[in-house]
Ligand binder design. Structure first.
Ligand code: ZDP
Length: 290
């Protein structure tokens, strides 16, 4: 029986188990064990497990994440805000003083991402540039070097118009009149495993309330219907601009609350939102994961 120390955080209800993994460059638990600790009945309960690993290259730390199904995404927008606050706590325990605003350079599988802690407690993240080429997403909805913008796609026997954006991880965005009416549990899995998306996909259903106010519901790859998705909020703003539906800066309302998203002149996307520590503890993790 192994014991794992953790802190539980959430960003707008998208919840994560944060693990201090600075002593090793490999995650301390396996994907199977991550599935077990994420279980809401048999474990702690979370949408994913996030590890703070030693620095790579020029960065301060590295981040890796396992989804609640044990798969490993490249990036996690809500998770990296939680990670920034978790690091503040780790550094404080080491006697390091915090001076706001504090920026960290975090190595991820989607490149270097930079969260900045604001004096008011919010975290602004430089999420980097969106990738739009079909091959980068990946999707077969356009030729490899083309963008998949407003493409027809049949899912669950119905025609949809979709736009694909990668924020390091893959997103498929579709605009709807009434986001509350989307039968998420029924169609979400069918988008996720559609053959047009060889690496599976996160799907955002978006209602444009005003050009600077968008409402979304998400079906996440490997995690299902979460309360919020940071990379998804960034991806959908980019998709909304590309479809002429929104400003470059907008509030995105997710089931768990609001994020402020900006697609700046520099082509980089900035996301601002909260991250909250809920509790810390120790969990028993057996070798079999259950
Ligand atoms: O790409 C994926 O498989 C996602 N499930 C990763 C998690 C994304 C997240 N919800 C976010 O906020 O970006 C954490």
């Amino acid at each position: 029986m192994t014991t794992l120390s953790f802190s539980k955080y959430h960003g707008l209800g998208n919840d994560f188990i944060l693990v201090d993994n600075r002593a090793s460059s490999e995650p301390m638990i396996t994907p199977e064990q991550a599935v077990a600790v994420c279980d809401r009945n048999f474990g702690i309960g979370a949408d994913g497990v996030i590890f703070v690993l030693p620095a790579t290259g020029e960065t301060d730390y590295s981040m890796r994440i396992y989804n609640s199904d044990g798969s490993e995404p490249e990036m996690c927008g809500n998770g990296i805000r939680c990670l920034a606050k978790f690091i503040v706590g780790l550094e404080a325990a080491d006697g390091r003083a915090l001076q706001l605003p504090q920026t960290y350079q975090i190595h991820t599988l989607a490149g270097t991402i930079r969260p900045q802690l604001q004096p008011g407690g919010q975290v602004t993240v430089d999420m980097g540039e969106p990738n739009l080429l079909a091959q980068e997403i990946p999707t077969t909805l356009a030729a490899e070097q083309e963008k998949a913008i407003d493409k027809p796609l049949e899912v669950a026997g119905q025609p949809w118009q979709v736009t694909c954006v990668s924020m390091g991880n893959p997103h498929c965005i579709t605009f709807v009149d009434d986001v509350a009416a989307v039968p998420l549990a029924e169609i979400g899995p069918q988008f996720e495993s559609h053959p047009a998306f060889p690496a599976r996909i996160n799907t955002e259903f978006v209602e444009v309330v005003q050009p600077d106010y968008l409402k979304m519901r998400v079906w996440e790859r490997g995690a299902g219907p979460t309360l919020a998705c940071g990379t998804g909020a960034c991806a959908l703003l980019v998709a909304a601009v590309l479809n002429g539906k929104s400003d470059h800066k907008a509030t995105v309302e997710l089931p768990g609350g609001c994020l402020e998203i900006e697609w700046a002149q520099s082509n980089r996307v900035f996301m601002t939102g909260p991250a909250t520590l809920v509790f810390s503890g120790n969990v028993f993790v057996d070798a079999a994961g259950r």
